[in-house]
Design a protein around this ligand. Structure first.
Ligand code: SF4
Ligand code: SF4
Length: 369
């Protein structure tokens, strides 16, 4: 492991202290490129770090905005990797957007010996009580400034935390992969990678709240042991990949549609184009006629694809830099759509809602439900 430093959270330290594998979990959302990042990290181990490695991702409908997890394992090159299950207790957790931390399942399995890298959002506070040793960087801002993608920026940060002495091996794997796939974007991506490596740094944390979170995450792990043998009969999973309940704001990549209402002619093209029911029309008056009028957008469900901007015939929707508009005008939460945090409160992350037939059975047994 000549390319790797012996730092406390790094790969070398963990592998020489008796751990079989150094394990990384990427937590992301469709569209941010975590899958490709995981693949490159996996290949990096075998091609350039003289290790054995494996990587795979888990995702749902391959739709922008759905949850994506990536798993990478490294071990000594003489060892065969026989474990092909998701990484449950990562050595390094990589969170591609700060808003994902609202969901406790994202940092499930992390303890005080886990290093956590978070892509920070300007102006947003971190939730209290995150476990692990926290590191952060303004990944989205770096990606926008370098015209690269957030995945290469996060990969640079990962290489630093893994203990790589320089970013050079990461550059090589980017050249191998992105150089073939997107040759015109290679230089920008290399810049993003370098800045990720250089700019990731430790975040302050509150020791007391870390302790509290450790207890909480143990609780979640207990809840998570429900499987096909232990889950209640007829239980249903309240975590559908559906965008109706998903907060899609983490999949935006720095840009949002801005609504200029005085230009709007209420043609409805944005409504029929938007894949995520963001626009809200209600009965109203336009030029003296009663009609459905565009009231605004629910940014909770907007993934920032900007198709609405392309389609609007009168430039009533324009592209804006999200960080310049923290208080979004015409942000109109749609009450008919579920919001994930409220939805979770009762069931808890990874919990189950018991179905009516199960409840009936419990009542018949005289048990409490
Ligand atoms: S496409 Fe433009 S003009 Fe038409 S309703 Fe939407 S915002 Fe208004
Ligand atoms: S950018 Fe426009 S089309 Fe895309 S999700 Fe947001 S509102 Fe809908």
């Amino acid at each position: 492991m000549e390319h790797i430093k012996d730092n406390r959270w790094g790969l070398q330290k963990k592998l020489t202290s008796g751990k079989e594998y150094y394990e990384i979990r990427l937590e992301s959302i469709g569209g941010l490129g975590a899958n490709l990042c995981g693949k490159m990290l996996g290949e990096l181990g075998i091609k350039y770090l003289d290790l054995n490695s494996s990587s795979f991702s888990s995702y749902g409908s391959e739709k922008t905005g759905t949850p994506v997890k990536g798993f990478i394992r490294y071990c000594d090159k003489a060892k065969e990797i026989r474990v092909h299950s998701p990484v449950v207790e990562p050595d390094l957790l990589v969170v591609f957007h700060q808003a994902l931390l609202k969901d406790g399942i994202v940092w499930k399995g992390c303890g005080n010996e886990t290093a956590v890298i978070v892509a920070l959002e300007p102006g947003q506070a971190l939730p209290e009580g995150l476990p692990g040793q926290l590191y952060g960087l303004k990944a989205q801002q770096i990606a926008m400034e370098t015209h690269s993608r957030i995945n290469v920026v996060m990969m640079g940060a990962v290489l630093k935390l893994m203990g790589l002495k320089s970013v050079e091996k990461g550059e090589q794997i980017c050249r191998d992969t992105l150089g073939k796939k997107y040759p015109e974007a290679l230089e920008n991506n290399l810049q993003g990678l370098r800045r990720g490596y250089e700019e990731v740094g430790p975040l302050e944390q509150n020791v007391n709240s870390v302790k509290a979170a450790g207890e909480e995450s143990k609780g979640q792990a207990r809840e998570g042991i429900w499987g096909y043998e232990t889950a209640p009969m007829g239980g249903i999973n309240p975590r559908p990949g559906s965008t109706v309940v998903s907060d899609l704001s983490p999949s935006r990549q720095g840009y949002i549609p801005l609504f200029i209402q005085e230009r709007c002619i209420n043609c409805g093209l944005c409504l029929s184009t938007c894949p995520d029911m963001v626009f809200q029309f209600a009965k109203g008056e336009y030029k003296g006629r009663e009609m459905m009028v565009n009231q605004g957008l629910d940014y909770y469900h907007c993934k920032g694809c900007l198709r609405c901007v392309d389609v609007c015939p009168v430039n009533a929707l324009v592209r804006g830099i999200e960080s310049e508009h923290p208080n979004k005008q015409y942000f109109l939460p749609n009450q008919e759509l579920l919001r994930m945090p409220a939805y979770y409160e009762k069931a808890g992350p990874d919990g189950y809602i018991t179905s009516e037939s199960y409840l009936t059975e419990k009542r018949m047994e005289g048990g409490e439900v």
